[in-house]
Design a protein around this ligand. Structure first.
Ligand code: NDP
Length: 453
């Protein structure tokens, strides 16, 4: 059977069997279509039914999470852990707490995680989890109660050699602390079952910074391949969470000028460059709205969401050389991509997971803008999580510099792997194809070697 027919068959299977899981379907479509050159070249992947197997999670765990709010009322949420693929190592992937989280969200993120983790060159399988719990507006006590209830349901399914969750949207150092404390209480074991832990109890230096820093290292590698660099480039960053903050911090270190950031309520444009100290204070210490930034004594503008240009996101309408979407999925529309092109943008470097909509991605690739897919560009976070697991296993703690050097090398290798694979398949610089084929090939070959399991 021709590979194109098989791809359509598998996509139809997903559509028929995963109703309402649009983001998962979108992620699967992007990966499967880009595998055509590999599937045409080597028939073994179809002979072993790898496509049919790889789009179905090994295990999906769905559970009720009930917890007591500050008023003494019982609240109910839904928790998920999708253990997608453990062929090359224990399941690894973050937990997301956000009201929009559904099984489809977790499946899309878990599916992407398989190929991302393979690209790092480390032995980690793909998984993702989370809940529709909304941490916004909750007290510290309520966050703790929820995390404890969530872990009470999850702890039986995870372990240091089995499945090692981490943070994602809505899950930072505080939540990882409460989750870890409850795991320890339930099992009586102090083990590296979560990453993103506190530095005094098993965490890795530079883990907090790793996704943002790694995203910037990736962009620099990509630009260098075309005789360019980040130095002096004006950069638009979206989001103002973990990934965005450390992208902005590293951009300054590389001599670039990050001029924007955003949150779900609005966008800041600061022509002279974002004041990173103030941003950290507003977001990391006070957990406040970005609107606070507009009250600083500086010449910046704040655009609330309701005033965004029709069909787009204000960040992408600010003139820039490089775009770093670092907030959430599908945040960069076709309209935004056109604005970026018109304003002379030369690279879109995805810090978030799947932030670019399919038609926007098509436009970007056709218009000659360089494009770094998230599963390659944001892999520094999970790679450093694996470094945290290594440190836990040997009861060691490496210095910030040691971890950062390893991170730089990993990002350089991920870039090389994706870039060399794109050349191998006659589409030099198409890193969507390069990253998908390189990640898939490693996992698929291992699945074949391990037989029908
Ligand atoms: P955070 O929760 O720290 O920050 C998320 C940011 O995105 C916040 O500014 C938030 O605004 C904004 N945001 C979230 N949802 C929406 C939405 N629906 N519309 C507009 N803005 C939104 O998350 P992270 O920085 O950790 O994650 C950002 C992205 O990076 C995600 O796609 C995540 O999957 C990906 N990623 C993260 C990694 C990590 O190590 N943390 C690793 C690899 C990928 P607000 O505060 O107003 O909600």
């Amino acid at each position: 059977m021709p590979s194109s027919q098989k791809i359509e068959e598998v996509l139809k299977y997903i559509k028929d069997n995963s109703p309402g899981q649009d983001e998962f379907y979108q992620a699967a479509q992007e990966v499967l279509y880009s595998l055509s050159p590999l599937l045409n070249q080597d028939p073994k992947y179809l002979e072993h039914n790898i496509l049919e197997r790889i789009v179905v999670p090994e295990r999906s765990i769905i559970f009720r999470v009930t917890w007591l709010d500050d008023a003494g009322k019982v609240q109910t949420n839904v928790g998920y852990r999708v253990q997608f693929n453990s062929t090359i190592g224990p399941y690894k992937g973050g937990l997301r707490f956000h009201p929009t989280v559904s099984l489809g969200t977790v499946k899309f993120l878990g599916f992407e995680q398989i190929f991302k983790n393979a690209l790092t060159g480390l032995q980690i399988g793909g998984a993702k989890g989370g809940s529709n719990f909304n941490p916004k507006g909750k007290s510290d006590n309520e966050i703790m109660k929820f995390c404890q209830a969530f872990m009470t349901e999850l702890y039986n399914h995870i372990g240091k050699h089995k499945d090692v969750p981490a943070g994602d949207i809505g899950v930072g150092a505080r939540e990882i602390g409460y989750l870890f404390g409850q795991y320890k209480r339930l099992t009586g074991e102090f083990e590296g079952v979560l990453t993103g832990k506190g530095l005094d109890w098993g965490g890795s230096k530079a883990r907090k910074e790793a996704t943002g820093y790694g995203s910037v290292y990736f962009a620099e590698n990509f630009l260098n391949a075309y005789g360019k660099s980040l130095k002096g480039k004006r950069c638009c960053v979206s989001g103002s969470g973990n990934v965005a903050i450390y992208t902005i911090e590293k951009l300054y270190e590389m001599g670039a000028i990050p001029v924007s950031c955003s949150d779900s309520k609005g966008t800041i444009y600061h022509e002279d460059g974002i004041d990173i100290k103030s941003l950290k204070s507003i977001k990391e210490i006070h957990h406040a709205s970005l609107e606070e930034y507009a009250y600083l004594d500086c010449a910046c503008t704040y655009t609330p969401v309701s005033k965004y240009p029709e069909g787009g996101h204000a960040v992408w309408h600010i003139p820039c050389d490089i775009a770093f979407p670092s907030a959430t999925q599908n945040e960069l529309t076709l309209n935004d991509a056109k604005a970026l092109k018109m304003n002379g943008c030369i690279l879109v470097n995805e810090g978030a997971n799947m932030p670019t909509m399919p038609d926007a991605l098509e436009f970007i690739q056709e218009s000659g803008i360089l494009f770094s897919p998230g599963k390659a560009a944001n892999a520094g976070g999970v790679a450093t999580s694996q470094l945290e697991m290594s440190q836990n296993a040997s009861m060691a703690q490496w210095s910030f510099e040691e971890v950062d050097i390893k991170l730089r090398t990993i990002m350089q290798n991920i870039f090389k792997t994706a870039y060399e694979t794109s050349k191998e398949f006659d589409c030099e610089g198409d890193l969507v194809t390069g990253a998908n084929i390189a990640g898939f090939r490693k996992v698929a070959n291992s699945m074949i070697e391990q037989g029908a399991v």
